[in-house]
Design a protein around this ligand. Structure first.
Ligand code: PRT
Ligand code: ZN
Length: 227
């Protein structure tokens, strides 16, 4: 069986999604070959390969059909979608399943002392975020003009440093916001990890491998919901 007939799945190389993604694939019965290559691994018992990448690269790898499937947060998927809103005709991706892990929310947070009376309170403010496209979408809908300051990490510290007035960032427990004297004032999206699938068409071998994987995953997810 050549490389083109093997199903290729992109997962995060390291970070919050990595171990849950690997665990799910392992529960689906996929046995990874012992390999010295940390970016690519063959599955021994099914015609499937795993590619380890940064989570931000997963939507475009799957959209372009370089990978057939991917496991990524809905936040990253939506951000990539809005970053391309004026662009091309390349097919989008299909979301096959919500996987129930890496749950978080993208929220707006204000310093404790600053009051929020709806999106209009953002007018003219500097907002630090790693999600500029989702934030601009929110601002457009609210018909508010604010300065979007894109930073790739440690967003919550920006107001204390005088870099921004407020922030728009992911929360799960809410601890980081609290530690930085910030309060949640509005929610942009809720997110969890999802399995996405390319719209680029497959040959019969890939279709067969996908059917096996999807069947096993569906019963695992169903069990998780019912327990
Ligand atoms: O290197 P690579 O680009 O692959 O990874 P990354 O650094 O971009 O992402 P990573 O591993 O940090 O997160 C991967 C995905 O996990 C995210 O895209 C979300 O889908 C999901 N996720 C779930 C989270 C969180 N929970 C989360 N709490 N991602 C980030 N956070 C951060 C948040 O940005 C904030 O700084 O955790 C802090 C808040 O956590 P609490 O618990 O204090 O609220
Ligand atoms: Zn990332």
């Amino acid at each position: 069986m050549n490389a083109l007939s093997r199903l290729r799945i992109a997962i995060q190389k390291s970070g919050r999604l990595n171990s849950d993604s690997l665990e799910l694939l392992s529960r689906c019965g996929l046995k990874l070959a012992a390999s010295s290559n940390s970016l690519f691994n063959r599955v021994e018992n099914l015609p499937i390969d795993i590619l380890f990448v940064r989570d931000d690269d997963i939507p475009s790898l799957v959209r372009q059909g370089i990978c057939d499937l991917g496991i990524v947060g809905e936040n990253v998927l939506l951000e990539e979608f809005f970053s391309r809103e004026t662009q091309d005709v390349t097919p989008e991706v299909d979301t096959v399943a919500q996987l129930g892990f890496s749950r978080c929310r993208l929220v707006l947070a204000f310093p404790f002392a600053k009051s929020f009376q709806g999106p209009a309170s953002l007018q003219g403010l500097r907002i630090a975020t790693s999600y500029p496209y989702l934030l601009r979408q929110y601002l457009r809908r609210a018909e508010v003009e604010a300065e979007v300051m894109t930073i790739s990490g440690s967003v919550e510290i920006a107001p204390q440093l005088g870099m921004a007035d407020v922030v728009c960032d992911l929360v799960s427990t809410g601890r980081t916001l609290k530690e930085n004297n910030l309060k949640e004032v509005d929610e942009l999206i809720q997110s969890q990890a999802v399995l996405i699938k390319t719209k680029v068409s497959w040959g019969p071998e890939k279709l067969e491998s996908f059917a096996v994987l999807q069947g096993r995953m569906a019963s695992i997810l169903e069990t998780a919901i019912n327990t």
